[in-house]
Design a protein around this ligand. Structure first.
Ligand code: GLY
Ligand code: MN
Ligand code: MN
Length: 357
């Protein structure tokens, strides 16, 4: 945490004395403390502080190593005092996270300090979080291991006659029972016609023979997320379903092959998109090929046609092309990969062969 704080402070533009950390993800990343409340004041050339209320104080004193932990009383008076003590005139805020109303409240309550929204500071925080440390990667891999095991389990569980909601509940239950801290997002389990909605929600729809079921799920370990999608068939598959599945699988593999240090993210997106377009399904793939994953399920950079960021070793990004045929069926296959010098490490172990359950 010390190095992270130092790197952020060294990257501050001239005239900015520190950063006010108010978000859950900012607290986790810069202090190691996972809590729904708390404020960190990171100051150039001075000690850093973490102010936290009674509910979390015991944990904070144990967990937070590189900031002085202070029990929260009147938060803004405490912040004002620290700013006066350290001659702080200008603080950057986390403008990616601070709501407008909280910003207005901070501004009113700290009249002597200019709170500034610095694009460069927020960009630096995103860049720092994009490249995972070995410990962060370990947590993501541990979360993915549970997710892969959940997929194996669910393949033996799904039967025609069950509902999408039942399958989603079983996945969630399995991940909890096997060590997950919680889901990394609301699970998507959609069968038959509902599978054409990329972000559909599980319903009481009954799974029928001949349905595709798309399951998009993940869990958290040490605050870090996993994310995977598999599409499986129940009972039987048509030739068209097989063909669409094969195209999505080839797009997924083409994109994974394109990942390497120095490759622009948009080139990875293009590898999947061009293959799908060449097969005549270009209009049926309307989302980006992938996104980074970490403390949050959607982080930067993304495998998107608009993202020119160059892949760097340690980035963990999903590869999740799909084809969605309106009102009929859809297929998505999603792996998480970690960029390396020569290519990438696929963190998802589950088979991508078309399974007919
Ligand atoms: N479940 C959200 C995603 O895969 O991006
Ligand atoms: Mn997903
Ligand atoms: Mn994803």
């Amino acid at each position: 945490m010390k190095e992270r704080i130092q790197r952020l402070l060294e990257g501050l533009p001239e005239g900015i004395d520190g950063v006010l950390i108010t978000s859950e993800v900012g607290r986790a990343y810069f202090t190691g403390m996972r809590s729904s409340a708390g404020t960190a004041l990171l100051l150039k050339g001075a000690e850093s502080y973490f102010i936290i209320d009674f509910r979390y104080i015991e944990k904070a004193r144990r967990v937070v190593q590189d900031c002085q932990v202070i029990l929260q009383g009147k938060l803004f008076e405490q912040l004002r005092e620290l700013c006066v003590q350290h001659h702080v005139k200008k603080l950057a805020i986390e403008s990616d996270y601070l709501t407008v109303s909280d910003y207005m409240r901070c501004k009113k309550s700290l009249p002597e300090v200019a709170l500034v929204m610095e694009t460069r500071v927020n960009q630096l925080m995103r860049e720092m979080r994009a490249v995972k440390s070995p410990l962060e990667l370990e947590s993501i891999q541990a979360a993915q291991k549970i997710t892969d095991d959940a997929f194996t389990h669910i393949c033996g569980y799904i039967k025609a006659g069950m509902t999408d909601r039942q399958v989603a509940g079983e996945l969630l239950d399995f991940t909890y029972r096997h060590g997950s801290e919680g889901p990394s997002f609301d699970y998507i389990v959609v069968s038959g016609k509902n599978s054409s909605m990329p972000h559909g929600v599980p319903t009481d729809k009954i799974i029928q023979p001949g349905d595709f079921i798309t399951m998009d799920f993940g869990c958290k370990i040490n605050g870090y997320c996993s994310d995977m999608t598999r599409t499986v068939a129940v009972g039987q598959v048509s030739e068209e379903q097989k063909r669409v599945y094969d195209i999505v699988l080839r797009a997924n593999e083409a994109a994974i092959r394109a990942v390497r240090e120095g490759v622009p993210c948009k080139a990875v997106d293009a590898a999947a998109r061009e293959l799908i377009a060449k097969e005549g399904y270009g209009d049926c793939f309307g989302h980006s090929t992938g996104h980074s994953v970490g403390l949050e399920i959607h982080e930067s950079p993304a495998f998107s046609g608009l993202d020119e960021t160059l892949c760097q070793p340690g980035m963990v990004i999903t590869v999740e092309p799909g084809i969605y045929l309106d009102g009929r069926f859809g297929v998505r296959i999603e792996d998480m990969v970690c960029v390396t010098k020569e290519g990438c490490l696929d963190l998802t172990a589950s088979t991508k062969e078309l399974l007919v359950l």
